[in-house]
Write a protein of this length. Sequence first.
Length: 210
Amino acid sequence: MSVHTKPEVRRRVRAARAALSAAELADRGEAMAESLERHIHPATVVAGYVPMQGEPNVLPFLKRHTLRSGPVYLPVIPPTGHILGWAPWHPQSPMRRHPKLPIYEPAHGSPLPSGVLVDHASTSQCPTSLVLLVPTLALDTAGARLGQGGGYYDATTAKLFEILQEHPKVSCELIAVVHFGELMEPGSFPVESHDLRAARAVTEYGVIDL
């Protein structure tokens, strides 16, 4: 098996995503929402995101989660550094496009640090009190993630894990979100020590243990 560089894999995956129709993305998003709704407890704190063009659409699940009174937070890009802030979200929340990046984020309120997610999760009585849905370009079956290249989720999850060490009663699950065709064999792309790793993924075919 040949190992491709990260830029090569990113180009290939982005081209495949650009070829997906709106109907395909919608169907996959609904299938993913059903799987996540079965997997995630209604009281779990969920940190999600607004998908970019071609990304697996997690919004149907996030909307369903709020309808069953589940708390949802979305990331906010920091003015400096790479550790994301967070803002509470519901389907009526005003959104804005980031001035430099092709993403949407909550428009009002000051972003909250990751510790707020942990504090909120600490009040939950469900088995998994915090779930982080991680946007992912490619994922190998050993759990190594390839992102867009900005390093935000690598830095943010590293900080989150530091905070979680001080809160042993808060159980956190990272779920990498990918299209099924973006699951790859280990060694398909280079993996560095700082790269985020996930123990579980979700695709249009369901939740997968890695």
